[in-house]
Design a binder for this molecule. Sequence first.
Ligand SMILES: *[C@@H]1O[C@H](CO)[C@@H](O)[C@H](O)[C@H]1NC(C)=O
Ligand SMILES: *[C@@H]1O[C@H](CO)[C@@H](O)[C@H](O)[C@H]1NC(C)=O
Ligand SMILES: *[C@@H]1O[C@H](CO)[C@@H](O)[C@H](O)[C@H]1NC(C)=O
Ligand SMILES: *[C@@H]1O[C@H](CO)[C@@H](O)[C@H](O)[C@H]1NC(C)=O
Ligand SMILES: *[C@@H]1O[C@H](CO)[C@@H](O)[C@H](O)[C@H]1NC(C)=O
Ligand SMILES: *[C@@H]1O[C@H](CO)[C@@H](O)[C@H](O)[C@H]1NC(C)=O
Length: 408
Amino acid sequence: MIFKQHLVFILYSLCASVFKVAGTKSKAKGGQGQFPITQNVTVVEGGSANMTCRVDYNDNTSLQWSNPAQQTLFFGDKKALRDNRIELIRASSQELTIKIGDVSLSDDGLYTCSLFTMPVKTTKAFLTVLGVPSRPEITGFTKPAMEGDIITLTCSTLGSKPAANIRWFRNDKEVQGSKELNATGKSFTVRSSLQFQVDKGEDGVAYTCSVEHVSLSNLYTTTEVLEVHYAPRLEISKPQIDPLEGQYFKLECVSIGNPIPEPVLWSKDGGELPDIERMIVEGRELTITTLNKTDNGTYRCEASNHLGTSTAEYKLFVYAKDFPGPTTDPNALGQHGPDHALIGGVVAVVVFITLCLIIVLGRYLARHKGTYLTHEAKGAEDAPDADTAIINAEGNHVHAEEKKEYFI
Ligand SMILES: *[C@@H]1O[C@H](CO)[C@@H](O)[C@H](O)[C@H]1NC(C)=O
Ligand SMILES: *[C@@H]1O[C@H](CO)[C@@H](O)[C@H](O)[C@H]1NC(C)=O
Ligand SMILES: *[C@@H]1O[C@H](CO)[C@@H](O)[C@H](O)[C@H]1NC(C)=O
Ligand SMILES: *[C@@H]1O[C@H](CO)[C@@H](O)[C@H](O)[C@H]1NC(C)=O
Ligand SMILES: *[C@@H]1O[C@H](CO)[C@@H](O)[C@H](O)[C@H]1NC(C)=O
Ligand SMILES: *[C@@H]1O[C@H](CO)[C@@H](O)[C@H](O)[C@H]1NC(C)=O
């Protein structure tokens, strides 16, 4: 019984190995055992793609390419679909290569190569078509923008596949925008927006939108420069000299604003300039050729553009020629105040340090009196004896005390 089972097993094994050999032989001989070999292809839309299908061993069995819609393109060297963008490159028993020209996004998809053995062996290959993004466009620019406006700049690019990446730069510094994707057919519309309130600092700022995509070797960029209109701001530049009677005197009304506010109007104490002869207005400057005490008063300059009006004032106090120096000029307070304080401070520090030195020196000399001579106690050096030396040193000390009093 056991022997019988053994025999059956041996027979079975023999049969199996014979079968196996036969199988490998047929595989080596024909194409029955193997699958065709293909490769994925990536192409930028408008370009051309070569689709290659190979078999290592083949006995005159035909190869075929079909498209994602299962339409046969080529069966061996025979063209099956009427599409003159598709042509044959090579057809042999081991290879079928076709070329698809002027590729569009609709060509994207899964292509099939079939080897017509029994049963049919198929291999799939992806044709990936990259959609080239359009040049970016920036919308939402109101030219000019008004100060205080809230504006939304939107940059958009169409037709990218895969979706393009949009980046924003404010004067070359990257800023973050909101992103929005919208699939249109096989490609994408990508939008990115920036929202902000404009102030006068935004005037002349360049906003750049850049588009990055695998199909582009260089970035696509578009730049817009903001123009912001804002109301004028005026300031009267402080004269460097103190206004003295008889002197030549000039005030300048410094204005910023967009559009530039023009002209600048000057007035004194709410009325017209009293003396046209001596008071000359040239653009933003008011010149008083010879100051007179009667010129005391409040001078005002005024300028406007379509967004508003601004004024600046200067209180003029004319000092008599022999006046030692102004102390109460209200306009000069901001300028000269700190200077006087600084000089005062420096003098105080110098006096303090000198006092400290004198005190330290005095105490030092007092402590070392008679023990040895110091450089400071110069009077003692050329003294004939110790007593005189001490007296001389003391005399020096007294001298120092006098100095201290002098400094106070
Ligand atoms: C071809 O592309 C598909 C999808 O991207 C992927 O799954 C497959 O592995 C690729 N085949 C080869 C041979 O690269
Ligand atoms: C496709 O094959 C043809 C012929 O071999 C060759 O001239 C062409 O450069 C190939 N095109 C691509 C995109 O590989
Ligand atoms: C393949 O076909 C050619 C002619 O069509 C023939 O001469 C050749 O013997 C065939 N080869 C095989 C292996 O069938
Ligand atoms: C996608 O585009 C359509 C048509 O332009 C538009 O109506 C829709 O709002 C968009 N959707 C998104 C999420 O942007
Ligand atoms: C100042 O003006 C008054 C009146 O206009 C005139 O009499 C006087 O001479 C002037 N003084 C100087 C220093 O110009
Ligand atoms: C002008 O101002 C100076 C400084 O305050 C003052 O001394 C002088 O009297 C003023 N003159 C007139 C005419 O108000």
